[in-house]
Ligand binder design. Structure first.
Ligand SMILES: Cc1cc2nc3c(=O)[nH]c(=O)nc-3n(C[C@H](O)[C@H](O)[C@H](O)COP(=O)(O)O)c2cc1C
Length: 487
């Protein structure tokens, strides 16, 4: 036992403890040397006290066995993502978005040179390598703003949507300044900004960019006292001319089948006002909807949203789970004759502010499979002409867009692509409230980092330059529009 005390494991307790009386003796003997002996003695004392604390605490086994020394492990663990990103990450490495994928967004957002030298870094003979067939008779590239699709052609207020838009992210998940920059960018670029399920905040309205209002199972912004749906509140907001379409959220790819809770402590007076929820209580988005429970009920609710909004295109967003459930919705479309104006298919690979790991990694169908399934099912029941399909899930480049449009998407939404455009560095601390770039936080000091006019310009530039790259790809393929059914 005694010999164990003198091993390296306890070195930060035993050696300082032995030095301490020696140092005290030296200070008494040579008072003129206290200026350096004093701090060394304090360090020794601190090491002994910390060591005793580590030895007796009950939470960390490694600290009980390696008092003081094991703190180095915690420090290195905490800076591991930064070390990897700054020093060890290759251009094609980095998850969920490789360095190269992030870099192209930053370059297009900042209007920097977005070309690459020398040749592809991909192994073009590896499995799952993807390429696009070009034509020997390429076309002239279309201007980027010609790349649009008409949603809700049969509704009273059809909307001409750009092919690249800002995917749903709530005020609450994102900071006020991030929302402002996104919306101002959307206004400048003529594309839409999806509010996310947290309601329409004042920051969504300041700059007047087109909005798609998303209603989740919490019905925030149109919520009755009992947590249900309040049609009068819904009408009030949905008829605002800035809102171009209304979207019912069934699920999102990162956590399908899982609700969400904003703890009471985070329900500020402002959030309570925006979401129409009481303060001092947890703000819950249940996993499923309370106002309908059948496929027919779902379609009737979407039709009701369309009516209450004054005839704006209405649709729903989902990540495909059990395929037969979507088939049941198709069956209900046939039986009732009610079709949504659009369906947004979100892929399993989609992002979120916070989700359980098992859900994030293993629940829900990836985008390409889900999208192709929805596209084909709608063709099968003969309604594809009436229902537009939006797609989201790791779409950041023109090739990502071309790929999903070849699989049936009419337009694309990007969430994290636009987060990069406003300055996100993939620090992956959205769930902690400590976002280093002020994008995914409510901390007023941190969000100060976002200078709205500058970031808004980046948002618009990223969208415009990506669409320009898409137009060039499409032209190289000998086409004028990337969709299977241009409209
Ligand atoms: C911070 C954050 C917040 C999100 N909030 C919502 C939300 O409120 N409603 C929703 O339907 N999807 C939400 N999503 C999912 C995105 O809208 C999108 O479907 C998904 O991230 C896939 O797009 P991406 O790969 O471009 O990020 C959120 C995503 C992120 C990253």
């Amino acid at each position: 036992m005694l010999s164990a005390i003198f091993t390296f494991r306890y070195a930060f307790i035993t050696w300082p403890a032995l030095f301490l009386p020696v140092l005290i003796g030296l200070m008494v003997e040579f008072p003129g040397q206290i200026w350096w002996l004093g701090p060394v003695a304090v360090l020794c004392l601190a090491s002994v006290l910390q060591g005793l604390r580590d030895l007796t605490q009950t939470r960390h086994a490694v600290l009980r066995n390696y008092p003081v020394a094991a703190h180095l492990r915690f420090i290195l663990e905490s800076i591991r993502p930064e070390m990897r990103q700054y020093f060890f990450e290759g251009d094609k490495d980095g998850m969920p978005f490789a360095r190269d994928k992030r870099a192209i967004v930053y370059q297009r957002a900042k209007q920097d040179l977005d070309k690459r030298p020398f040749g592809t870094q991909y192994d073009v003979y590896q499995e799952q390598y993807e390429w696009l067939h070009h034509s020997i008779a390429p076309k002239e590239a279309q201007p980027h703003d010609a790349l649009r699709t008409l949603v809700g052609a049969d509704s009273r207020q059809p909307y001409s949507a750009s092919l690249l838009n800002i995917s749903a992210m709530s005020y609450g998940a994102l900071s006020a300044n991030a929302i402002r920059a996104l919306n101002k960018g959307a206004k400048a670029g003529g594309f839409f900004h999806d509010t996310g399920e947290g309601g329409v905040s004042p920051y969504h309205r300041e700059h007047g960019g087109d909005l798609v209002w998303e209603l989740g199972s919490g019905y925030f912004g149109a919520r009755a006292i009992d947590g249900g749906f309040d049609p009068a509140k819904f009408t009030d907001t949905a008829t605002d001319p800035q809102i171009k379409m209304v979207e019912l959220k069934l699920s999102q790819g990162a956590k399908p089948g899982h609700g969400g809770v904003l703890p009471a402590a985070k329900v500020t007076e402002e959030i309570a006002r925006i979401r129409h929820v009481p303060m001092g209580q947890d703000c819950v988005s249940p996993a499923s909807h309370a106002v309908f429970s059948t496929p027919v009920g779902l379609l009737e609710f979407v039709a009701r949203m369309r009516d209450l909004s004054g005839g704006k295109p209405a649709g729903f967003k989902l990540c495909i789970g059990h395929p037969w459930e979507f088939m049941a919705i198709c069956k209900a479309m046939v039986a009732t004759g009610i079709t949504p104006d659009f369906i947004v298919v979100d892929g399993k690979e989609g992002g979120t502010g916070a989700a359980p790991l098992e859900f994030m990694d293993h629940v829900g169908m990836p985008l390409r499979d889900g999208l192709s399934f929805v596209h084909n099912a709608l063709i099968g029941i003969g309604v594809r002409e009436r229902v537009r399909i939006g797609a989201s899930g790791k779409i950041t480049s023109a090739f990502d867009m071309a790929r999903v449009m070849a699989l049936g998407a009419d337009w694309c939404n990007s969430a994290r692509g636009f987060m990069f455009a406003v300055g996100c560095i993939q620090a992956q601390s959205c769930h902690t409230g400590e976002c280093p770039t002020g994008v995914a936080t409510q901390d007023p000091l941190r969000q100060r980092a976002i200078v709205v006019p500058d970031k808004a310009e980046r948002v618009a530039s990223y969208q415009r330059n990506t669409l320009h790259a898409l137009a060039e790809l499409v032209a190289a393929a000998g086409l004028t529009h990337p969709a299977l059914r241009p409209s």
